[in-house]
Design a protein around this ligand. Structure first.
Ligand code: ZZB
Length: 261
């Protein structure tokens, strides 16, 4: 499983997180949330970024004094054996936080139309055992993400977030013959999915969205507008790698969760 790992730079920490990281990041050092995605061509539509509120994460030093990644401990270990840290096999952890500590963090998401930044928000179904434990939210094309942002906006007080953080515009990115240009919204509505907890139906919707998007989707936004998704996917990925806004991250064999979970 070869992921595209995106670098979302922290612009502003919430108070709680600031206390835990302030004295640990040197002046001029940047922290990045690093979601791992299989859909680089959808990155224009990121409108928030998810962490598991109960998951333990670390901030890892990737370049001394300069660059730090917020990822799961498991991902840090894997990255250390993919030459992503300066010393092979070593992954220096400078802070430990729970997902719940960083809710509300403002980050800059490369390619996203939301140029003022997007927020880190909670998603219960994030798995610590997959990717980096950080997930880019693209509600136009991921049914899980669409169902989650609706729920977050509806129960903003319960989640202790500002409603508007979950209500940024949803950008149409991919046109499909069966589901229109907001595939996730179409599927969630037509399958009557009412909650992010409808796991079985969401898994089915995800499968349909992947297939339709990949085999029949056409880009209607971005530099590769007009091209098929199949053509555009590697092109957007390469652009992100070349600009330094993303890097390749492989999930080791045998630990990969299957697509249907
Ligand atoms: C952005 C995105 C846009 C994604 C989309 C999907 C879709 P898979 O297929 O099951 O291997 N993801 C990554 N890490 C985690 C995690 N730790 N816990 C939960 N979800 C995670 O899943 C790969 C996708 O699952 C990744 O690609 C990521 O969401 C999410 F339009 O990134 B994706 C139809 C799906 N569309």
């Amino acid at each position: 499983q070869e992921y595209t790992a995106m670098k979302l730079k922290v612009l502003e920490w919430p108070e709680e997180a600031r206390k835990k990281v302030a004295d640990k990041i040197p002046e001029g050092g940047n922290v990045y949330f690093v979601p791992a995605t299989l859909r680089p061509e959808t990155m224009y539509g990121q409108n928030c970024c998810f962490v598991g509120p109960g998951i333990t994460y670390g901030i890892y030093e990737i370049a001394k004094g300069k660059e730090y990644y917020f990822i799961s401990d498991r991902a840090a270990r894997n990255m250390a054996f993919q030459s992503l840290f300066p010393t092979w096999g070593i992954f220096p952890k400078i802070a430990q936080l729970r997902g719940s500590d960083v809710i509300g963090t403002l980050v800059h998401a490369p390619l996203s139309i939301h140029k003022d930044g997007i927020r880190i928000l909670p998603m219960e179904s994030v798995k610590a055992s997959k990717g980096t434990g950080v997930v880019a939210c693209v509600p136009s094309d991921s049914p899980d993400d669409y169902a989650t942002v609706l729920d977050l906006a509806k129960k903003a007080d319960y989640y202790k977030i500002k409603r508007e953080w979950a209500e940024l515009d949803i950008l149409p990115i991919i046109e499909t013959p069966s589901y229109g240009n907001l595939t996730a919204k179409y599927l969630v509505e037509s399958m009557k999915i009412n909650s992010p907890k409808d796991a079985k139906q969401l898994a089915e919707a995800k499968d349909l969205a992947y297939k339709e998007g990949f085999y029949k989707g056409k880009m209607i936004y971005g530099d590769f507008s007009g091209k098929s998704v199949e053509e555009a996917k590697p092109l957007v990925r390469q652009q992100l790698l070349d600009s330094g806004d993303a890097f390749a991250y492989a999930e080791p064999d045998g630990l990969v969760m299957s697509r249907s979970g």
